[in-house]
Ligand binder design. Sequence first.
Ligand code: DGJ
Length: 339
Amino acid sequence: MRTLAFLVSSILAYTAMAAVSAFSSGTLWTDTDGNRINAHGGGIMYHNGTYYWYGECKGELTYRSPGVGWEAYRTETGGVTCYSSQDLYNWKYEGVVLEPDTVNTYSDIHPTMVIERPKVVYNEATGKFVMWMHIDSPNYSKASAGVAVSDSPTGKFTYIESVHPNGQIARDLTVYKDDDGKAYLIYSSEGNATMQISQLTPDYLKTVGTYTRNFIDKSREAPAIFKRNGKYYIVSSGCTGWSPNEAEYAVADCVTGPYTTLGNPCTGPDADKTFFGQSTFVLPVEGMHDTFIMMFDRWNKRDLIDSRYLWLPIQFNETGFTVPWVDNWSLNNNLVNNK
Ligand code: DGJ
C-alpha cells in the first residue's frame, strides 16, 4: 500500500514538474517548482538569451477598497515578481524583485498601495534595468507612474519615486524601447479619457516634458505596443474596471502618433469581450521571423491571485492583424509565422 502511495505521489510530482511545450490559455500556469505563476499585468524583457517576465504579485486575499463607489477589488500588493525562461513555456521563479516597503506606511510601495502593470527595459548607456509601473492609493486617486532601477534583471530593484508625468495623471501604463534606444512611457491620463505618450530622458528615469494626446476622450487603457515593418501598433482595452470589454488596435508611423484605429483584432468565440481578457503586452519572439505573442490577463476580480494568462498568436494580413482564440498552441506550429 505504502509503495503504491509513493508511486502515485511520485507520478503527481513528476507531472507537476514535467516540461511545458505549449501555451494553454486560461488554464492554471505553474512555474518550474510547480507553484502558481503570480505575475499579473505583466511585461517581458529579453536580455542575453533569457526572457524575464515581470508582473504584479497579488496577495491571497481579495477585498473591496472601503468607501469606493465602483468595484474596486484589490489585494495587498506583494510587489513585483520575476520569472525567467529560455523557451517561453517553462518559467523559473526568480523571486520578488521589487519588494513592498512594509515599514513606512507612507511609502508608495507599502502593501496597502496599488502596484500594477510593471514593465522593464534595459538602458544600454547606463547599464541599468529600469522598471515603470502604475502606482496608486487604495482608492486609485493617486494616479501616478512609479520608477525603480536595478543593476541586474533579477533585482533587487530600488524604488526611486512616483510622478505625475509632465504634470499629468497616469494609471494603466507601459514602456516601449525603440530600435534607436529611445524609450517612451504610454499611459492612460486625463481621468483615463486620453492616452498620452511621452519620451523618456536618456537614462529612462524621467519624462522629457512633452507628450502627445492619443485616443482623445476614447477612454482606452491597458496599452500594449509593438513595432513591425516600421509601423507601431497599440492594442488597448475599454475602461470597465476588472470586467472584460472589446479590445481595439491602432497603427501609426511614429511611436508618438497620430494613431489610426483599426478595430477589434480578436476573432473567435467571445472576441467581443477579448476572450474575457485584457491586454497587457505584445512580445516579439527572438529569432523567429514576424512572430509576436499577444498577452492578456483574464482577471478574476473576486480572487485576483487566481487571474489567468491568455497568450495568443498574432496573425498579420494586408490591413493589419488578427488575434484568434486558440486553446493550445506552440511557436513551432503554423499559427504565427507569416512566411
Ligand atoms: C483596469 C486596469 O486595466 C487594471 O490594471 C486595474 O487597474 C483595474 N482597472 C482596476 O479596476
